[in-house]
Write a protein that binds this ligand. Sequence first.
Ligand code: SF4
Ligand code: SF4
Length: 393
Amino acid sequence: MGKYETPMLDELEKGPWPSFVTELKKATKVSPMADDELGQLEKSFQTKRGYWKHGGIVGVLGYGGGVIGRYSSIPDEFPGVAHFHTVRINQTSGFFYTAEALRMICDIWDKYGSGLTNMHGSTGDLVLLGTTTENLEAIFAEYSSRGWDLGSSGSAMRTPSCCVGMGRCEWACIDTMDFTYHITQHFQDEMHRPAYPYKFKIKTAGCACDCVAAIARADLSIIGTWKDKIRIDQAEVKNYADKGMDIQGEIIDLCPTECMVYDGGEIKINDVECNRCMHCIAKMTKALRPGLDKGATILVGAKAPIVVGSLLSWVLIPFIKMDPPYEEITEKIEAIIEWWDDTAKPRERIGELIEVKGMRPLLEAADIPPVPQQVKEPRKDPFFFWAESDFDK
Ligand code: SF4
Ligand code: SF4
């Protein structure tokens, strides 16, 4: 039992689901910081006010990001959280850890911080919650000497993240973990030394199920897909029917492009019309599989509603091969970022910039051909401005 009464937070422990309050209370047994964190949070619930002061530049030598300064605005009342900085650790690709690695992370964190963690932040980093300015260099030295690195924060390339991909999932059309490791290494400088107009997030999903929610969150979404035909095992189709699946109702009628037919015996797909949404494959796992000519669709522009409204990604490159050493995709990403970096106002995400300028300048700068798949919505503007160079083609 901690030193504070927490009647309002106690309400959040009721019900059958896990509670962060229960976990906080456990941490108070070993961490005075966690105790004061609990006390301040209860006060916030009682008074309906937040007591965190954001900001102040804190960090470690040679890095411009990775630590987010956080201070209590009532340190006399809760001295344990006078400083409560967040340390971001670059997560493993696909979030795979050994128990030994997790123990190492937690042991170091218990030594220098509150012991509280957030697995994982929405960018993807492994987030360590609550330490003091004096401890930062020591924390960084211990983690980096064991092979860990800080993640990213601020106006920088944010720590790239991905779904588990080929590590566990039969639907992965690309090696999400290998690519994420590659792109993380490639953009090390841009991650640790913020020099962009604002944040830039890259997320990679192995298929359109998009388990990493790239389409809703990443400035650049890389989604595995295929070009050829969905592989069909008609014997397994029959098995599903024999076991009582309503193939017409559950699969055919829900295909968004209406490109499937079922004659009571076999499924046929007009693959030219299929938009690779994964619905049928995810429902009939034994009968249907992605094609074999695999690569990725690149989408651009998502963001959460921090400055202005939220945006979902839309297609920029319908299909690109994703084989190591990833030269073509890496060059395209660099060109896309360069255009945004040169053109955007401070705190303008690439999706917002495209809404202002249109796709054309980005396509020209990154040498990406215009294709129908890039059309996000019907034109509202009746005028079209031709460039002199359009007549040379
Ligand atoms: Fe599997 Fe696709 Fe989810 Fe990745 S996004 S884990 S490939 S279902
Ligand atoms: Fe239809 Fe989607 Fe299956 Fe393609 S993947 S056939 S669009 S349900």
